[in-house]
Design a binder for this molecule. Structure first.
Ligand code: HEC
Length: 144
């Protein structure tokens, strides 16, 4: 069999790598399953639910809310305004970036996701986040 010219092989490898890269960064079966669960809940709560929105997620994540603790009015009180940058707890402890492109393990463990949404939504809003809010936030941060 005739070998493909080396230059062509290199180009083919480069090409396939570039084409696959965005998918590899974003897709994770565990994260997809978590988002799918929130979508089912959202649909149950509101039959007109038409899918999560990264833009809504961004607005929610950056907004100043009321009802929670006065020193943490926003998700960005601890998580950075720039999701690809690290954040900091009130006590000054580093929080790894929330952007999935920077931190591929984000939103892949059901227990972690439930625990931290529970805790943080109560600190910021004084209530649980809705399924739509949670799905929107993960959708926003998955694209960052
Ligand atoms: C008081 C500080 C603080 C505030 C305010 C805060 N968080 Fe967090 N958050 C943390 C800490 C600490 C962790 C756990 C460390 C980590 O995951 O890096 C965390 C983790 C999370 C996780 C788990 C991520 C994963 O990989 O599973 C989610 C989801 C989350 N936060 C969402 C939010 C949302 C939404 C808001 C706003 C409603 C918010 N947080 C506000 C401190 C905060």
């Amino acid at each position: 069999m005739k070998k493909a010219p080396r230059k062509l092989v290199v180009l083919m490898l480069l090409g396939s790598g570039l084409a696959l890269n965005p998918v590899r960064v974003l897709a994770d079966p565990a994260r997809d399953a978590i988002v799918a669960t929130f979508a089912t809940e959202a649909k149950k709560a509101d039959p007109s639910f038409a899918g999560f929105s990264a833009e809504r997620g961004r607005a929610f994540f950056e907004a100043k809310h009321t009802g929670g603790k006065p020193d943490t009015p926003s998700c960005t009180s601890c998580h950075s305004q720039d999701p690809s940058a690290p954040g900091e707890t009130r006590a000054g402890k580093r929080i790894e970036p929330m952007a999935v492109s920077k931190n591929a393990s984000r939103f892949t463990k059901v227990d972690e996701v439930a625990k931290w949404f529970g805790r943080n939504c109560n600190s910021v809003l004084g209530r649980e986040c809705t399924a739509i809010e949670k799905g929107d936030v993960i959708t926003y941060l998955s694209g960052k």
